[in-house]
Design a protein around this ligand. Structure first.
Ligand code: TYD
Length: 209
């Protein structure tokens, strides 16, 4: 867990859940409240990690070996944490990240059937054990979410059963640790979702972690 004075907040969820919008709204809210906010995303966040992103998301690499895919996501995460996230937390910033370790657990661990514990362990090793203080899961039925996608990347192009497994995984992960997770129904109006999120994030800054 982040033990530094900053705070690490991750957004997770299936395709088309509106993560990017909510991530932006939260970042704006926290900036207005006087925090230094670092907005970032995975896979990516540094030049090397963005290069890995181009490989893992490109439909050119359809059929990429599942273990190789898991290692690439973990490698990009390790670089992202070392160069961007940890330094930001150490200087007291709030990091708001679009996807993090639980995406690997859900998409590679459950979706590809590689095993949740193994994939989680891999990312913990890659990041020297950095976990968010709070993870916000935007929950959406994949049948609805995928309809919002216009240009599917390699993962988005997976069959519906894959996305159903991913959704169930996020709910299971979040349900096991309610203190560190907030699940929000992504079908609610944008403003209501944002209000739930800011309320919960507010608690993060009030109570000792
Ligand atoms: P992105 O374009 O960032 O989409 P989204 O707006 O859905 O976040 O694509 C990221 C894709 O990569 C998404 O399909 C989820 C997948 N992914 C993994 O499979 N494992 C991971 O560890 C991460 C971070 C993402």
């Amino acid at each position: 867990m982040a033990t530094s004075p900053g705070a690490f907040i991750a957004f997770e969820g299936g395709e088309g859940a509106g993560k990017s919008t909510q991530e932006r709204l939260l970042a704006e809210h926290l900036t207005a409240a006087g925090h230094e906010v670092v907005r970032t995303r995975e896979p990516g966040g540094t030049p090397a990690a963005e290069a890995v992103r181009n490989i893992v998301l490109s439909p050119q690499f359809t059929g990429l070996d599942a273990r190789s895919e898991a290692l690439l996501f973990a490698a990009s995460r390790g670089e992202h944490v070392a160069r961007v996230i940890r330094p930001a937390l150490e200087r007291g910033a709030v990091v708001v990240c679009d996807r993090y370790l639980d995406s690997s657990v859900a998409y590679q661990g459950y979706g590809r059937g590689l095993g949740a514990e193994r994939i989680r362990g891999l990312s913990l090793w890659a990041t020297n054990n950095l976990l968010p203080n709070l993870t916000i899961v935007l929950d959406i039925d994949p049948l609805i979410g995928l309809k919002r996608i216009t240009n599917p990347d390699r993962l988005e192009a997976e069959p519906i059963e894959y996305h159903v497994r991913v959704r169930a995984a996020f709910l299971e992960i979040a349900g096991a640790d309610p203190h560190r997770y907030l699940v929000v129904d992504a079908n609610l109006p944008k403003g209501e979702i944002a209000a739930e999120i800011t309320k919960r994030v507010g608690l993060l800054f009030q109570v000792p972690r």
